[in-house]
Design a protein around this ligand. Structure first.
Ligand code: GMT
Length: 395
């Protein structure tokens, strides 16, 4: 099939999932075009043609900084239409509804939509970004004009249907990790026990407010009072400076490492003993899955899609969302018990096997195959040929 995968140029999991999917589809023999506004932090993968509006731009367009400037939206839409026409694209698959739902709806309603089916996958902020009721209604209306909407977890699908008032619940296709991308450290029981004498907690994020970095600082202060642990912070984002000053007040000097944006996240994960998430909401929590695949148990709040990914007491430990005291208690109990930590380490690797590339990509492929028949496309096209451009563009 001829497939276009569209994503933001962001450090976030939505773009990473899109890049992984594009590469996997190309490996399976499809003709794959990846479209993003600017460069991406990961290579596009063999056999994938990457189209960027600003190839040399290092600027990353964050899905949370909406709406896109109209000029960017128009230029990107023109690129999408050029690629769709030139390569006779059969499936246009957008990662993130904001602002792509309206772009997808317009593509479906255009003449190109007669032979190209549009799919939108919802990632975090689409559903949990706290958009106004009016913006949610516009987003929902645009989503109902594309062939299929998918979501990365059951929790996010249910939330999307109710908040965006969708007539059908999005189809759930979980995120995945590519085989061999993450591997557990090869440790003997003695080496493992020795490592836990100074356990490393790792937090990888874009440091937005939804990640609740304040809770992370408080949690680490409580953990430090009981254990000689260290905290590694990977990534960058708007709340990092405030987190840094909070940690400078509360954590002993030299116990926190600020590693910035890194390309070697898999290697950093294997050096850690606990992946920590403190998010207020999380549609999936891709870093939790990456941690588990690296043999690192996860400490995470019981919010959004996280309990679908992390099984409590099997591949990590969950805490009541927002309750950092409970989180610290669970972290200390786990890190002070090497036998239990070893068990959860193995449990994490086993649990990650439920999120294989083979499974998720086959689900997407099944969807594409069903939609790529001309009759199926006709059946899913919007009944109104012209959309209210002004109403949908700013979604
Ligand atoms: O979490 C972020 O701020 C980044 C955002 C993104 O653009 O990638 O992540 C969202 O999508 C990921 C991939 O599906 C999910 O793993 C994250 O849970 C989701 N973030 C939130 O729901 C806050």
């Amino acid at each position: 099939m001829r497939i276009a995968i569209v994503c933001h140029s962001t450090l976030g999991g939505s773009a990473h999932s899109a890049v992984r999917l594009a590469a996997a589809l190309a490996r399976r023999g499809h003709s794959v075009h990846l479209l993003s506004p600017a460069s991406l932090p990961w290579p596009a993968g063999d056999g994938v043609t990457h189209h960027r509006l600003d190839p040399d731009s290092a600027r990353l367009y964050d899905p949370s900084s909406t709406p896109w400037p109209p000029a960017l939206f128009n230029r990107f839409e023109a690129l999408l239409h050029r690629v769709t026409a030139a390569h006779a694209i059969q499936i246009a698959h957008f990662h993130y509804a904001i602002p792509f739902a309206s772009m997808g709806a317009r593509l479906a309603a255009s003449s190109l939509g007669a032979r190209c089916a549009v799919i939108v996958t919802l990632h975090g902020t689409d559903v949990t970004g706290g958009a106004s009721g009016e913006a949610q209604a516009r987003l929902g209306a645009a989503l109902m004009r594309v062939a299929v909407v998918t979501s990365v977890s059951g929790a996010s699908a249910r939330q999307a249907q109710s908040l965006l008032r969708l007539s059908v619940e999005p189809q759930v296709i979980h995120n995945f990790v590519t085989a061999g991308e993450h591997r557990p450290a090869d440790l003997s029981r003695e080496q493992h026990r020795a490592r836990l004498l100074r356990p490393r907690l790792i937090h990888v994020s874009n440091f937005r407010a939804v990640k609740s970095p304040g809770s992370l600082a408080r949690l680490f202060a409580v953990v430090r009072a009981q254990l000689d642990g260290e905290l590694w912070l990977v990534g960058d984002g708007p709340e990092l400076p405030a987190l840094r000053s909070a940690l400078e007040q509360s954590a002993p000097h030299g116990t926190v490492r600020y590693l910035g944006v890194r390309r070697d996240v898999p290697s950093l994960l294997t050096q850690a003993d606990l992946v920590v998430l403190t998010s207020l909401d999380e549609s999936f929590g891709l870093v939790a899955l990456e941690g588990m695949a690296s043999g690192v148990p996860v400490l995470a709040p019981r919010v959004g899609g996280i309990p679908e990914v992390v099984t409590d007491n099997v591949s990590g430990v969950l805490f009541r969302g927002g309750d950092f005291t409970h989180a610290a208690e669970r972290a200390v109990a786990l890190l002070s018990d090497p036998d239990r930590h070893w068990m959860l380490r193995n449990g994490a690797v086993a649990r990650a096997q439920a999120f294989t590339e083979a499974r998720s990509v086959a689900e997407y492929e099944g969807l594409y195959e069903r939609l790529s028949h001309p009759d199926a496309i006709a059946a899913t096209r919007p009944s109104t040929p012209r959309l209210d451009v002004a109403a949908t563009r700013t979604v």
